[in-house]
Ligand binder design. Sequence first.
Ligand code: KG4
Ligand code: ZN
Length: 341
Amino acid sequence: MNILALETSCDETSAAVVLDGTKVNSIVISSQIKTHSKFFGVVPELASRAHIENINSVIYKALKNAGITFTDFAQQIDAVAFTAGPGLAGSLIVGAVAAKSIACIYEKPIIPVNHLEGHIYSALIENKSVKPPFLSVIISGGHTVLIIVKDFGKYKILGNTRDDAAGEAFDKAAKMLGLSYPGGPVIDKKADKGNPKAVKFTRPYLKGSWDFSFSGIKTALLNYLKENPANNRKHLNDICASFRQALAETICFKSFAAAKEFNLRQIVLGGGVSANSLIRTMFLQTGQKNKIKVFVPSIIYCTDNAAMIARAAYLKQKKCGLKYNQNELKSSACLKLTNWN
Ligand code: KG4
Ligand code: ZN
């Protein structure tokens, strides 16, 4: 099944053509980083405007790169998928309207996908034989969630963040350090050149709960910077390395504790923060030590992209069929993760 998928939940306009959920024939991601970087975060109104400006050319390029024209679209594409939520309301609507219009014109079935499901299954684009049960660890700019995936489309949420998401913590830390947005990749690069033991930040393990909380590490960084103003620049790489270490250890420790507690032998990472070089190595090494298989998406599939939406859509239609009525499909900014039935 060849799926055209669209992702517009936040600040990336993306379209992909993916065969059977695993063969990515094309993927186009138009990033709005330049638009938002001066505000150190995503401005919803600007994001939806940029999606409107970009969506047509992104779809056109994705089809062209897959060797598909609008003339042979009907023969080549079997279904259209889109991110129905959660995300920014205005951004979601742009993708939903585009997907529904195309599906309507070409009389194609349409598959709504929860954005979190995109992240859950993104590592399975390149690991097609992975089957549940597994522990999904989603660490992104908007979410930090531990989910037991009992079967495709059957979930048990173990824990969420109580305050900032992991990516948000990186982005806010970068702002405090005078670095650019998004902060995750910048801190990651600087951290490679620093000493992770230079500053001792707390590890908020929240024993007795599977939730996360990163506001304490953030405040610790703020206090450190206030108390050591002269040091900031000189030790920037060390501060970044220490901050990254604290976040990575916290996420890794809790994820493996959950996998052991629930006897899960596979961990699947997803979300923008799974692009972090230390987090990737730490998970892979800890997995080897504990005989738990760890799957991480390629960097391009970590941050928001439409190929992961196509992957989730493919699995969903395989299990539930193509049953969605266009007129009933709505996008929702706070869409909950629910089981397929
Ligand atoms: O998954 P994503 O594209 O968007 C959401 O669904 O939220 O994640 C974006 C987040 C940003 O906060 C960004 O700073 C973070 O992913 N990120 C990273 C890295 N690359 C992106 N965080 C840490 N290390 C990285 N290398
Ligand atoms: Zn995302």
